[in-house]
Ligand binder design. Structure first.
Ligand code: SF4
Ligand code: SF4
Ligand code: FES
Length: 234
């Protein structure tokens, strides 16, 4: 099977056609295995990240034919093009700076100080399925506002170390999870809604929506409940 791998060095892109050996022509190798093979077989400096190899750690997300996918769990087809994410700054090839997303929650995610005994509300465990893969940042108009229509890798893009000013589905999920947390006080639940509004929740009112790399129904479980609570729904 032949695929195309794009390398990215400080914005300079190069593409490489790579032959991935398969025992059977119908076999479809995982994207992560293809990257490992490419590194061993001709692109020794190819940069990419992985951890669990089991869709648990979320660090291996790449783009396949321009859409984000979890590489360790995505099977390739002949001619697929593998590249880095457009939604985060590229450090090298398939390695990205991810801190701008998490750091935006630093002063916004309420610390829960209520009674930790008992069970969380329904919905909490479902949101715990999030693996921080950042697939959901794709085409999010709220997240795009951070870069003023440009690229996260552009020189004038905001430094990730400061935390991005505008939100994204992942950040909203973390805030909505506080609202299901039995250890959160009523005030902390309200703080979570105010933080979502501060991150730009109003962008969600007319948005077609976001999709999750592990199948969480973001619109039903995160966006609509937050819009309801904030009184922003049409
Ligand atoms: S619904 Fe909101 S969080 Fe989801 S993609 Fe649209 S703007 Fe982003
Ligand atoms: S909400 Fe889904 S797509 Fe977004 S980071 Fe979590 S698991 Fe990944
Ligand atoms: S390597 Fe952990 S999710 Fe892919």
């Amino acid at each position: 099977m032949k695929i195309i791998i794009e390398q990215n060095r400080r914005g300079q892109r190069s593409e490489h056609e790579v032959e991935i050996p398969t025992a059977d022509p119908r076999e479809r190798p995982m994207a992560l295995d293809a990257l490992v093979h490419a590194q061993e077989a001709g692109l020794p400096d190819l940069a990419f990240r992985y951890g669990c190899r089991n869709r648990l750690c979320g660090v291996c997300t790449i783009e396949i034919n321009g859409r984000p996918r979890v590489a360790c769990r995505t099977k390739l087809r002949e001619g697929d093009r593998l590249s880095g994410l457009k939604t985060l700054p590229v450090v090298k090839d398939f390695v990205h700076r991810r801190d701008g997303v998490n750091r935006q929650l630093r002063d916004r995610l309420p610390r829960t100080t209520g009674n930790p005994d008992g069970e969380p509300e329904p919905g909490y465990h479902s949101l715990n399925r999030c693996i921080e893969c950042y697939v959901c940042l794709d085409r999010c108009p709220m997240h795009e506002r951070n870069f003023e229509g440009g690229s996260p890798s552009a020189d004038e893009a905001p430094p990730p170390a400061e935390g991005y000013r505008h939100g994204n589905p992942f950040s909203l999920l973390k805030l909505q999870r506080v609202r299901h947390d039995n250890a959160a006080t009523p005030d902390e639940r309200e703080q979570a809604v105010r933080a979502a509004v501060d991150l730009g929740l109003d962008r969600c009112v007319d948005c077609k929506g976001c999709s999750c790399g592990v199948g969480i129904d973001l619109m039903k479980e995160v966006i609509h409940p937050l819009l309801d609570e904030a009184g922003l729904k049409n």
